[in-house]
Design a protein around this ligand. Sequence first.
Ligand code: 5RP
Length: 226
Amino acid sequence: MFTQQQLKEHVAQAAVEHILPLLAADSVLGVGTGSTVDLFIDALAPHRERFRAACSSSERSTQRLQQHGFQVLDLNTVETMPVYVDGADEIDGRLNMLKGGGGALTREKIVASVAERFVCIADESKLVDVLGKFPLPVEVIPMAAASVSRRLAALGGKPARREGFVTDNGGWILDVSGLAITAPAELESTINDIPGVVTCGLFALSGADAALLSTQQGIRTLARQA
Ligand code: 5RP
């Protein structure tokens, strides 16, 4: 029986094998954030000469990449990336994701938007039928925390500020519990339209293109259906 940590290590290694053929010598790789991505960065380190540089979605990943000797580029200098690799807090069979447990959702969405392909890496405990058991993170401009909270409550959620946490952008996170997210793309648009919201942790308007899920039996690959 593999532990959750071992399952994460397996999927990190599988992700390296999955993405290396997609990278050329001048490619920039998009890198997400979280404990699974930390292991992915570690597994990628021996291959850093195979591509040009990385573009990171957080200070945490930037530090780890730089410690391994990767060049990390400012997104403003990058036009495109063949692939972006990131974890998720929940993913459904249509490859809609709920993300932001690490609070990096906004930069993750931005970096992912510049990549041609999103590869989600996770252990199979993250695969769910309906998103929303994990509280939905919403990044807000601090002055709007109360007004956004009222709007989220009107949508049926229970928002709670992530105390003591400030994002890399200076924002606050509201973790919204109690939402059964049956229409993720619609809810993503609705929440993102609330004044004061920077973005919410739903990645459904643009979800993953593929998911590598670590199971006790090996890696299960899910691909987005047309
Ligand atoms: C960070 C994220 C992470 O991808 C998500 O929280 C999964 O993290 P982990 O790999 O540690 O389970 O969205 O903002």
